[in-house]
Design a protein around this ligand. Sequence first.
Ligand code: ZN
Length: 167
Amino acid sequence: MELVQALIRKVRRLRMNIIKNFLPENIPCDTKQYFDKGNPSVITIHWIGPYPSQSPDDVRNWWIKSNGEASAHYIIKNDICMQCVPDNKIAWHAGCKVGNHNSIGIEVIPCDEAGRFSDKSINTLKALLDTFPKMPVVRHFDWTGKDCPKFYCNSDEWNKLLKRLGR
Ligand SMILES: [Zn+2]
């Protein structure tokens, strides 16, 4: 059964055409740590901030250039899904150890400054989440109270989004 699930996941990912562009090693935002057994067990959703004009490359370059302690596994904008950290490695996105050590981080570039996700981004996010079928989906907000993803900190908007994501 597990083998079948792994195969389904692989096919779904192939269909998605994820751009693999891992962050270079030996920079501060590469934690060099691998998840413990049983993890990651949760997905954490973020927005990159009120910068709708940014591209996934801009976000990735910013992580590298700023030398900051920030990274995430995926960046989504419309049809583009870029993977920056492998699924078996810990990234720094949740603002707390328990969040980082348990979850995959997905950054979505919003389509406006209020932080809404475009329909295309929601479709791409759904396709990506479908490759993690049994994992609960939470917000950065749920870990630390940070207003991220901003527009969806409102629980009505979050519940509507979850419904569209089939969760
Ligand atoms: Zn966040």
